[in-house]
Design a protein around this ligand. Structure first.
Ligand SMILES: [Zn+2]
Length: 120
C-alpha cells in the first residue's frame, strides 16, 4: 500500500538503500504503515535521551541510517499494535532480496523498540 506523502517526505535524507527497502516493503504490504521518523537532528536526539525515549547519542537516526515505522489500521487512523512482527518479517524479506542488511529494534534485548529499523 502506498506511503502517504508525509511518510515519503520523512524518508528524505535517509540512506538510499534503506529507503529502497521501505518503499518496496510499502508496495507489497497488505496493510498501511507510516514513517514517523528518519533522519534526526542532534538536538532532537538529545531531547529523546532526556525523555528516556532513546538511550544513546550514537543513534543511527543521526546519520540517516534508521527509520521508525508504525503499522496502521486499514483506515490509517490508528496504529495497529498487533502488526509490528508482520511488518518486520516483510522488511527482512525485502531487505534480503535487495541485498541490504538490516537490524530491527524488536530484537533488541535491553530496550525493545519495535518501530525501529536500521542498516547494519
Ligand atoms: Zn528509531
Amino acid at each position: 500500500m502506498e506511503l502517504s506523502e508525509l511518510s515519503k517526505k520523512r524518508l528524505e535524507g535517509v540512506d538510499e538503500r534503506l529507503k529502497a527497502v521501505v518503499m518496496e516493503c510499502a508496495t507489497r504490504c497488505r496493510f498501511p504503515f507510516n514513517v514517523s521518523e528518519g533522519l534526526r537532528s542532534e538536538a532532537k536526539q538529545r531531547e529523546y535521551v532526556k525523555q528516556g525515549k532513546s538511550r544513546t547519542m550514537k543513534s543511527k537516526h543521526l546519520v540517516g541510517k534508521a527509520v521508525d515505522l508504525y503499522p496502521l489500521t486499514m483506515n490509517r487512523k490508528e496504529v495497529d499494535w498487533s502488526r509490528f512482527e508482520d511488518l518486520a518479517e516483510l522488511m527482512f524479506q525485502v531487505a534480503k532480496e535487495l541485498d541490504v542488511e538490516i537490524g530491527w529494534g524488536g530484537n533488541w534485548k535491553s530496550f525493545v523498540d519495535k518501530c525501529h529499523f536500521e542498516l547494519k
